[in-house]
Design a binder for this molecule. Structure first.
Ligand SMILES: Cc1cc2nc3c(=O)[nH]c(=O)nc-3n(C[C@H](O)[C@H](O)[C@H](O)COP(=O)(O)OP(=O)(O)OC[C@H]3O[C@@H](n4cnc5c(N)ncnc54)[C@H](O)[C@@H]3O)c2cc1C
Length: 490
């Protein structure tokens, strides 16, 4: 008999977050991770507003904001070091991200746009190194008592077995009723369980590192497009990123050296800049853009990079994985605890696959805009003109926030299928404050002025808030993943 409900392979950000969502829903979970300690390699540098709000619903916003503050202090160090307080018109405190190197311009974004106005818990992207996110999530998982077994490499699995899955590792076999591969872009779970992985192959090699540079004045701050690709200098001190259109790396396993980063920077920037040393581990990546056709094959599921990979332009990969984990967690937990039928799991692919596909397309479009030839440079001029308009900038920014997400759910109210707004309740608390238990939240404002106080009751997996405030929908049912499942009234 399999004692554990779910084995998660991979304790990256998605695996750890999924383990917490499953634990909140009442499932038992074990996480297997090959690394002895959390990965400190430089990868994601931010999460978008949608991710910040989802994590805020679990009470993690104060820690995220503190880390964001620290990061923005470091941005200021960089701006001061390059002698400019502004980077392409953007003050450090309002950095919101970029699209193909075009910085989101605070002065042009229409913050009164209806897709943005309801989301005030985290009014900006959170600038936070991935290692910090992973630290916050690991601490949170620790508080929930989740077991992460480190130093164990999964080598294969047997998913044909009746009533469960056996996972083969270099430390013996582990069994559970379900297995979720959160083991990144080169997922062994995906391959062993026979998932397909269609998409487009790589045409670039990218590198990202924190380095010390002998002559940093030779590099422009921010993003610079050249005939050999693109490079970015900052906004963290010593952070450099390059992308060259010379095909994928010959050997992805080789460690990235300071010399390799220097040579790439020299080729792209056309300078003789000198990289003295790497500070921490550097990464090498490509624009390989692939996605499995389904996220479930029997008792085996995938989430995060295991299900979809793409280039990191505009920083969406971690956001996709965070929303996968929230979407899958309550559904799989519901199946395990008998609250949902197994068909519920089909909605995981149905809801998340189209979002993943649109992010893949979004990143491919950016790669197309970064090529070094003259025609692409002309295309960038056109895009720059469009992004110089309020509508153009707001459109591109909204896509990056994740707030335009809409699942196809039954019901006519415009909020159904969208991320719940962060309504301020009559007693001054926020709707997002009530998501910590991981259950459903019902906001009932039908009583209007007849009730004068906010009252909250929690039973099993439902928190009901009766509130007298008179704006927004009269009744809203919010799923554990922050999505409005039902709404009525204006
Ligand atoms: C340069 C760069 C910049 C990026 N910038 C951004 C950004 O700004 N914003 C953003 O949202 N995203 C960004 N991303 C993407 C983001 O880093 C990934 O999407 C994210 O790490 C995916 O998380 P994950 O948990 O799915 O996979 P991973 O982080 O890859 O974690 C997978 C885990 O599984 C473990 N594992 C793998 N194989 C096995 C095995 N056989 N047995 C046991 N354990 C195993 C690994 O050790 C690892 O801990 C960036 C990525 C790169 C490379």
């Amino acid at each position: 008999m399999d004692g554990t409900d779910v084995i998660i392979v991979g304790a990256g950000p998605v695996g750890v977050l999924l383990s917490t969502e499953l634990a909140l829903s009442g499932a038992s979970v074990q996480v297997l991770e090959r690394l002895a300690a959390p990965d400190r390699t430089i990868k994601a540098g931010s999460i978008n507003i949608a991710s910040a709000e989802l994590l805020a619903r679990r009470g993690l916003l104060p820690e995220l904001r503190a880390a964001d503050e620290r990061t923005r202090e470091r941005f200021n160090e960089f701006y001061n070091s390059v002698g400019r307080e502004w980077l392409r018109g953007m003050p450090a405190r309002r950095q919101r991200g970029h699209f193909a190197g075009f910085m989101f311009d605070d002065n042009l974004i229409d913050d009164t746009d209806s897709d943005l106005t309801d989301h005030d818990a985290a009014t900006n992207a959170i600038m936070i190194p991935q290692a910090e996110i992973e630290r916050i999530l690991n601490d949170y998982a620790g508080r929930l008592g989740i077991e992460i077994t480190r130093g164990v490499t999964v080598t294969g699995l047997d998913s044909e077995r009746e009533g469960g899955v056996t996972v083969h590792t270099d430390s013996g076999d582990f069994s559970a009723k379900w297995i979720v591969g959160c083991d990144g872009g080169r997922s062994i779970v995906r391959r062993a369980a026979g998932f397909d992985f269609p998409g487009t192959g790589p045409e670039i090699t990218g590198r990202q590192a924190i380095v010390t540079i002998a002559d940093p004045e030779k590099l422009e701050p921010g993003w610079t497009w050249t005939s050999n690709g693109v490079y970015c200098h900052g906004p963290l001190p010593g952070r450099v990123l390059t992308a060259e259109f010379d095909g994928p790396p010959v050997d992805r396993e080789l460690p990235v050296t300071a010399l390799e980063v220097q040579e790439s920077l020299r080729r792209v920037s056309g300078t003789d800049v000198t990289v003295e040393a790497l500070v921490g581990d550097a990464t090498r990546w490509t624009d390989n853009a692939r996605q499995t056709s389904t996220y479930r094959n029997g008792s085996v599921l995938l989430a995060g990079d295991a299900a979809h990979v793409h280039s990191p332009f505009s920083g969406q990969g971690l956001n996709l994985g965070i929303a996968d984990a929230f979407n899958l967690g309550w559904k799989l937990g519901g199946v395990i605890t008998g609250r949902c039928s197994v068909e519920m799991l089909d909605t995981y692919t149905a809801e998340r696959h189209p979002i993943g596909a649109s992010v893949l397309a979004w990143t491919r479009a950016q790669v197309a805009l970064l090529r070094g030839d003259a025609k692409t440079a002309d295309l960038r001029t056109v895009i720059a003109d469009l992004l110089g308009t309020r509508d153009g900038m707001t459109y591109i920014y909204k896509r990056a926030t994740g707030l335009q997400l809409r699942y196809d759910l039954p019901g006519k109210h415009p909020m159904i299928g969208r991320l719940a707004p962060n309504v301020t309740l009559s007693d001054g608390t926020y709707l997002h404050d009530y998501g910590r238990s991981g259950g459903f939240v019902v906001l009932d404002r039908r009583s209007g002025s007849t009730s004068t106080t906010t009252s909250v009751t929690t039973t099993d997996s439902v928190t009901t808030i009766v509130d007298p405030c008179t704006t927004g929908p009269r009744l809203m049912v919010i799923r554990p993943d922050g999505i409005v499942g039902w709404a009525e009234g204006d």
